[in-house]
Write a protein that binds this ligand. Structure first.
Ligand SMILES: Cc1ncc(COP(=O)(O)O)c(C=O)c1O
Length: 374
């Protein structure tokens, strides 16, 4: 008997998440501190306001959550100046990426994405058994012109991570507007803006304005990064009501757990935590950029809370070497970058430990690959 699962499912290469600290401790028997820079989490920890709200809410977890997440939805609507029916909440923004595929992609439809963008766009399209056009990045960035060229009558969805994960590069408002002018009304454009709170560039596109202009566009955000709530899984999407309604239909009940709702609500206006997170991130980028240059390593101009580093050698060697020294980064072979890795920008102390370990690993590799003296 052959396999029972559908062939499109059999073909999926599962998502490989960043390694949890406990797993590295268990596998390598490391006793000292392990620093995880593999999943772009907030090194400052959760929003303190969220923590206070969580303590209050813990005793009520015997009850199901509010399925409509009334208070969180209302707070987001107020914060963005949109109607509540323009908002969809997800179990992390990753669930919203899936809702888009579930609601809009069938077997005869095509999804357009970059070939080296957040890998979930590929996976959800494969689950939907939709066709895919994967457009090569240009200079580590989405090639919006080529993506617009790829749109034919079968295309229903275009996924764009801005900034892109794993390269950290962004497309500007001007580029996006030129792109949107070429997108027909039959196409839903998804802007995945998981790292927006970290953006300091004034030319970053204003997705909310595009929604207000009535474009067929949904933008996705998350509480996982700057708000520091990755473990609670809360993301949201905002778009025109006609696009949000089908997304709500494919949502299963209670997808946002009670603690997630309470924490996200409290974190939403924790401006101080966001401000400190941005500040630490900007300082970290300056430090890492300088140190990576000093090590002679290529890195992109990342605007997120992570760096993309090409070491020029097998990224497994660097990943494993760093891991032995208690630093977890994300190797990017699965993204088609066999010599690159991605590392979250940490606190000053974490960044220093990371750079020291990286310099040691590279030196050890150089030593090991030196031909024996004649
Ligand atoms: C571009 C991008 N989108 C979405 C996500 C998913 O985030 P979450 O599901 O935690 O909201 C990530 C996480 O790393 C990401 O990098």
């Amino acid at each position: 008997m052959g396999p029972l699962a559908r062939s499109n499912v059999l073909e999926i290469k599962p998502y490989v998440p960043g390694k949890p600290i406990e797993e590295v401790q268990r596998q390598l028997g490391i006793k000292g501190e392990i620093i995880k820079l593999a999943s772009n989490e907030n090194p400052l920890g959760p929003s303190p306001r969220a923590l206070a709200a969580l303590r209050q809410a813990c005793g009520r977890v015997n009850l199901y959550p509010d399925d409509g997440a009334y208070y969180l939805t209302a707070a987001l609507a107020k914060s963005f100046g949109v109607d509540e029916d323009q908002i969809i909440l997800g179990n992390g923004s990753v669930e919203l990426i899936e809702f888009v595929a579930k609601a809009f992609l069938g077997e005869t439809d095509t999804a357009v994405m970059s070939d080296q963008a957040f890998i979930m766009y590929r996976i959800v399209s494969m689950i939907a058994n939709a066709r895919r056009v994967e457009v090569p990045l240009r200079d580590y960035t989405h090639d919006l012109e080529a993506m617009a060229d790829a749109i034919d009558g079968s295309v229903k969805v275009v996924y764009i991570a801005n900034p892109n994960n794993p390269t950290g590069t962004m497309v500007s408002g001007e580029e996006v507007e030129r792109f949107l002018d070429r997108v027909p009304e039959s196409v839903v454009v998804v802007f995945d803006e998981a790292y927006i709170e970290y953006i300091e560039r004034p030319d970053f596109p204003d997705s909310l304005r595009y929604v207000r202009e009535g474009r067929n566009l949904v933008f996705l955000r998350t509480f996982s990064k700057a708000h520091g709530l990755a473990g609670l899984r809360v993301g949201y999407g905002i778009g025109p009501q006609e696009l949000i309604e089908p997304l709500r239909k494919v949502r299963l009940p209670f997808n946002i757990n009670m603690l997630g709702q309470e924490a996200a609500l409290a974190a939403l206006d924790d401006d101080e935590h966001i401000r400190r997170s941005r500040e630490i991130n900007a300082a970290g980028h300056r430090y890492l950029s300088r140190e990576l240059d000093a090590l002679g390593l290529f890195h992109t101009d990342s605007v997120g809370n992570f760096v993309f580093v090409d070491t020029g050698i097998d990224c497994k060697v660097v990943f494993q070497g760093l891991q032995r020294k208690g630093i977890i980064v994300r190797p990017l072979a699965g993204y088609g970058f066999p010599t690159a890795f991605r590392a979250t920008v940490g606190t000053e102390r974490m960044n220093k430990r990371f750079i020291k370990a990286l310099a040691e690993v590279l030196a050890e590799h150089r030593e090991a690959s030196r031909p024996p003296a004649p």
